[in-house]
Design a protein around this ligand. Structure first.
Ligand code: ATR
Length: 288
């Protein structure tokens, strides 16, 4: 007697909600991870207009059709935290979430931008190296995550410089950091082990960040969260001085790992092969 073949389980499903979302590299990263270990998975870019209601509708619909979770990107990272029933300490500290995991207890918010930046910075640290002082440019949502990560790595002095000083002061008060005047940002570099640009300056189509790196110690590390272009003028200037650099792609690759492991599979290596494939997609941004 012929046996009825059992129905295969549906693919595991996750995605990324943002606006706009068409250029997101996250689907490619997750699909590479899934293909490497032969997991049957889909990871979709989902557009939701700005505003909490649109975000909540999209997240609710995805949960209802069986998505395991979603990454969340601009402009919805604060909406994701508000939408969640519970949140990790990192998401609470950063005031934003880039991950929502759907479970019977309700949506759980996490922030893997924090760990992603910490991992990207750790990649370039020497054995036993403990940077102590950082200058962070910008005071938006991304800066909050970066400051939380730097504190988690044990940095003791973190100075936040922002064009709008009130925002820097609020961030510094919330997270236990210091501030530095935006106009004097170059002078602050003399005492910095780590410099991080979290502003949109240097991004394709935006003005460049006017900043001389002359005062940075030769042991300093320069990080930029921008990855279009991959080599921002800031990172080019750092490389010209032979300083160690951390680019936005490194952070992006690392932040994807916790979501992939939570929703789709079990192994996710951030390695040269992944970087090469993403750099090829980014096209002209490839610089090394
Ligand atoms: P994100 O969540 O990615 O951090 P954001 O909250 O819009 O985005 O923050 C953008 C950051 O880039 C801010 O620190 C912003 O400075 P302001 O707080 O003064 O707006 C900074 N930024 C954007 N354009 C800038 C410019 N032309 N000069 C200086 N800083 C700029």
């Amino acid at each position: 007697m012929a046996q009825t073949p059992s129905k295969p389980p549906p693919p595991r499903a996750a995605g990324v909600i943002g606006w706009p979302i068409g250029h997101s590299l996250s689907p490619m990263i997750h699909q590479i991870f899934a293909a490497r270990e032969g997991v049957d998975a889909v990871y979709l870019p989902i557009v939701a207009e700005p505003g909490f209601e649109a975000f909540a509708r999209a997240a609710g619909a995805l949960r209802d059709i069986g998505f395991k979770g979603v990454n969340v990107t601009l402009p919805h990272k604060e909406n994701a935290l508000r939408y969640a029933a519970a949140a990790s300490p990192a998401a609470k500290a950063a005031g934003a979430a880039n991950m929502l995991t759907f479970s019977a207890e309700g949506p759980y918010a996490d922030n893997s931008d924090v760990g992603g930046f910490a991992a990207a910075l750790s990649d370039v640290l020497k054995a036993g190296e403990r940077p102590r002082r950082a200058v962070v440019l910008g005071a938006g949502g991304a800066a909050r995550g970066i400051v939380v990560a730097l504190k988690g790595l044990g940095l003791e002095e973190i100075a936040v410089a922002n064009r709008t000083p009130d925002k820097a002061a609020r961030l510094a008060a919330d997270l236990g950091a210091a501030t530095a005047p935006w106009e004097k940002r170059a002078e602050r570099l003399a005492a910095a082990d780590v410099l991080v640009n979290t502003t949109s300056l240097g991004m394709a189509g935006e003005p460049s960040l006017e900043l001389s790196l002359d005062l940075l110690p030769e042991t300093a590390i320069v990080a930029d969260i921008v990855y279009r272009p991959l080599e921002t003028p800031l990172l080019a200037a750092a490389r010209a001085r032979e300083l160690r650099t951390v680019d936005g792609l490194s952070m992006l690759m690392h932040q994807a790992v916790p979501g992939y492991k939570a929703w789709l599979g079990s192994r996710a290596a951030v390695d040269a092969d992944l970087r090469a494939r993403l750099e090829a997609t980014l096209g002209g941004g490839k610089t090394r």
